[in-house]
Write a protein that binds this ligand. Sequence first.
Ligand SMILES: *[C@@H]1O[C@H](CO)[C@@H](O)[C@H](O)[C@H]1NC(C)=O
Ligand SMILES: *[C@@H]1O[C@H](CO)[C@@H](O)[C@H](O)[C@H]1NC(C)=O
Ligand SMILES: *[C@@H]1O[C@H](CO)[C@@H](O)[C@H](O)[C@H]1NC(C)=O
Ligand SMILES: *[C@@H]1O[C@H](CO)[C@@H](O)[C@H](O)[C@H]1NC(C)=O
Ligand SMILES: *[C@@H]1O[C@H](CO)[C@@H](O)[C@H](O)[C@H]1NC(C)=O
Ligand SMILES: *[C@@H]1O[C@H](CO)[C@@H](O)[C@H](O)[C@H]1NC(C)=O
Ligand SMILES: *[C@@H]1O[C@H](CO)[C@@H](O)[C@H](O)[C@H]1NC(C)=O
Length: 897
Amino acid sequence: MVYSAASACLWLALGSLAPAALARSVGPRDAVPAGYYAPSYYPAPHGGWVDSWRDAYDKAYALVSQMTLAEKVNITSGTGIYMGSHALTLPQGMVCVGNTGSVDRLGFPQLCLQDGALGVGSADNITAFPAGITTGATFDKALMYARAVAMGKEFRGKGTNIHLGPSVGPLGRKPLGGRNWEGFGSDPVLQAKAAALHIKGIQEQGIIATIKHLIGNEQEMFRMYHVFQEGYSANIDDRTLHEIYLWPFAEAVRAGVGAVMTAYNAVNGSACSQNSYLINGILKDELGFQGMVMSDWLSHISGVDSALAGLDLNMPGDTNIPLFGNSLWMYELSRSVLNGSVPVDRLNDMATRVVAAWYKLGQDKNHPRPNFSSHTRNREGALYPGAVFSPSGQVNWFVNVQEDHYLVARQVAQDAITLLKNNDSFLPLAASPLAGGKLSVFGTDAQVNDKGPNACMFRACNKGTLGMGWGSGVAEYPYMDDPISAIRRRVPDVEFYNTDSFPWFFGQPADDEVALVFLSSDAGENTFTVEGNHGDRDSSKLAAWHGGDKLVQEVAKRFRNVVVVVHTVGPLDLEQWIDLPSVKAVLFAHLPGQEAGESLTNVLFGDVSPSGHLPYSITRKASDLPDSIANLKGFTFGQVQDTYSEGLYIDYRYLNKHAIKPRFAFGHGLSYTTFSFTNASITAVTTPLSTTPPPPGAKPETVSSKYTTALPAASEAYEPSNFHKIWRYLYPWLSRKDADAAHAIGTSGSKPYPYPEGYTTVQRASAPPAGGAEGGNPALWDVAFEVSVKVTNTGKRPGKASAQLYVQFPEGIEYDTPVVQLRDFEKTQELQPGESETVRLVLTRKDVSVWDVVRQNWVVPKGKGGFKAWVGEASDKLFLACDTEEGKCEGGLTPPV
Ligand SMILES: *[C@@H]1O[C@H](CO)[C@@H](O)[C@H](O)[C@H]1NC(C)=O
Ligand SMILES: *[C@@H]1O[C@H](CO)[C@@H](O)[C@H](O)[C@H]1NC(C)=O
Ligand SMILES: *[C@@H]1O[C@H](CO)[C@@H](O)[C@H](O)[C@H]1NC(C)=O
Ligand SMILES: *[C@@H]1O[C@H](CO)[C@@H](O)[C@H](O)[C@H]1NC(C)=O
Ligand SMILES: *[C@@H]1O[C@H](CO)[C@@H](O)[C@H](O)[C@H]1NC(C)=O
Ligand SMILES: *[C@@H]1O[C@H](CO)[C@@H](O)[C@H](O)[C@H]1NC(C)=O
Ligand SMILES: *[C@@H]1O[C@H](CO)[C@@H](O)[C@H](O)[C@H]1NC(C)=O
């Protein structure tokens, strides 16, 4: 969610409709297509049974057991959108994107939750890192981690507690989806490994990471519940959920992620913020998640039901019509506990999960307080802007947290640059012959927006160099190293045509003259519409923006040597010009963030070889993919239904199944040099590999079962008499009258709450068979096979190689399975000509399993022969295969793709 003055006005305008929005619950729902249903799953599993969290839970228990009802409630919710720190609580302002209540009496602070997935959002003196999609395109684990370490230091330096990233949902199912660029690419394994490394890097700095958005948020339009319409329903079958969309969440939980954010939309008809099967069943029981589950901004639509369904933190605190001091939790949650509807046991677990994550990340010791405001760039500002009448004070300290992080930002941007085509080895450009000749550059994307890189709020415009998409996932640029400046630093004679239409006055260039053409394609969050695109690329579709495809064709008519550079959120349709003989080379630079310039010239002029690989496929036509993913869901009355009828078959999984050759396949990326993959070997590590993982044992007792479950005294929620309340700020207290009335209902039990079907409060003694540890059954991560392969630079220039391992399941198994699936990848160091590196790739038990919907478990299927581990440099460039049964590897085979 994004908040801004503009959206605030919109929300204010809708304010009078608030009561209708409050009425929604898990009760009546729109019908979803036959066969899909949202099962009940109760109760919410207690956290605290995993060894690595035990210490944090013990400490949390010691703290939470001293808290009153109102205090526990206070820390499970934000204090309201635009509401910063309580002036009487903190000597300084803090206006983060989300701010929770505190328990000052016991030293538990207000927590600062801050966007964005590519840098500290809405703050100064930070680094605007390359976007997730760019990071994915590096296929480089070391860089994924290094970027996160740098970013985590910045979130800490600004005094935040919780980083609202990484994003792996959307996963990239729909090429036109608006927020795919915040994640790492259209493959569950690429997303999973990048997310796990991101979480590790962030959390090592003492910042809680948030994996989002659970789940099925694959398009922007119609995602939100509001007074006129329900959010769309993503209808996903169980196997597809496990093998594709949940996969990165599982790996994130295994990496110890402290927070999970639910999605705006529904799954199988039940809103994600109150979907008991998803939160209680899949996330907390099967994946053994120990941290806190938060709602996305203003997505919370029911009070009691969401608490029962496993939500732990209500953000930013308001109902979905914000700024009126209304909340579904805070004082209403106090009431729900006193009147007996929400068991005190559930509230204890909610509060314990929040406090445990805080202890787990060491935030009880020397954690800095926030020193910036997301609301203004000025030194002074409102301490709680949402209150309308707010005292002012210093809110920005301009702490510079950049250190030398531009270096890792530039490295990621550079190593992500993906060379799609390079006819006649046209690139790299030789700077010296060019020094005599002229270089002509076309396209507004080559130069920073002349009003400044941050001219449009939340980057909700596409003017000048495109370094990120738009919406809450952005950061403020401290500067933009734009391509044209970097090119001018290299080449003395540059003619720049800052236009997207070919200049009519243009003469005939000499035969050896070179033209660079810059194109872009943008997307973002549904909060803003940019050039007719409602977040998703519903208007531009897969065409370059501003007539860029025509510009390339015009330039290619005059010049014999054209290089196209593309800044894009995702795939484009290149067919109008990709085969033109004068289009010699095409580079996808993705979304480079602040370091767009030098990262590009280092590749263009051959200081380094390009080593990026496509994190998605580029088809020849949009309709090469099935309608369910090629097209966005349009408006319908009632709930929009987005049914995943293609199942497992997205991106290359679909194209391979139907033998459709894309223009450029997932994983494709050329270099200025060449590599050989030789001397491969495979070792069986876990032998024998049982069909299913050994069942988990009983769950150890948790601290959550030690709390008293007696109904608290009404006085624990009484509003204190001498407390100075801020208008519209959200508090956990009730009036004495209301608290007593609720307590009377709770003690009499006369008016029981209409609990959902299947509701119970009895905790399950053990995890499901697929569970048992963070991320699922721990045996799923046992290394089943290890593959090693020697990669040699056989060309004439230094370069980094990408080794990608794709698994092919045995023939004759009883499950329909994609032809090949990415399972691991490694990038070599920069290899000199003739130099080699031995790369190790692994297949875990999970990598060779399928999700069996009947057994509700991961099963290693048996067929004719073994699994094949294909190794190559792209999903359609597989050089050799290792057979798990024969225990040997062979080159020269015909790959299945
Ligand atoms: C969605 O419905 C399918 C049945 O088609 C079911 O197998 C699956 O578990 C449901 N998923 C969720 C999250 O409700
Ligand atoms: C709830 O949090 C607010 C903001 O930090 C604080 O002013 C208030 O005292 C807290 N209430 C309780 C019951 O601790
Ligand atoms: C801002 O954060 C820094 C740590 O990066 C901390 O040292 C400083 O005290 C904070 N500023 C304020 C005003 O709290
Ligand atoms: C208890 O309070 C909550 C919040 O206002 C309300 O939704 C629920 O219906 C109440 N339960 C009973 C039994 O009155
Ligand atoms: C960065 O911080 C300095 C003070 O250290 C301040 O003068 C400058 O304005 C800040 N930059 C931005 C973009 O706010
Ligand atoms: C590559 O260049 C050669 C001549 O230099 C030309 O014949 C061929 O058509 C070009 N191929 C592509 C795909 O542009
Ligand atoms: C081939 O790999 C094996 C181990 O996998 C190693 O012992 C051997 O030295 C390698 N040979 C070459 C030529 O690299």
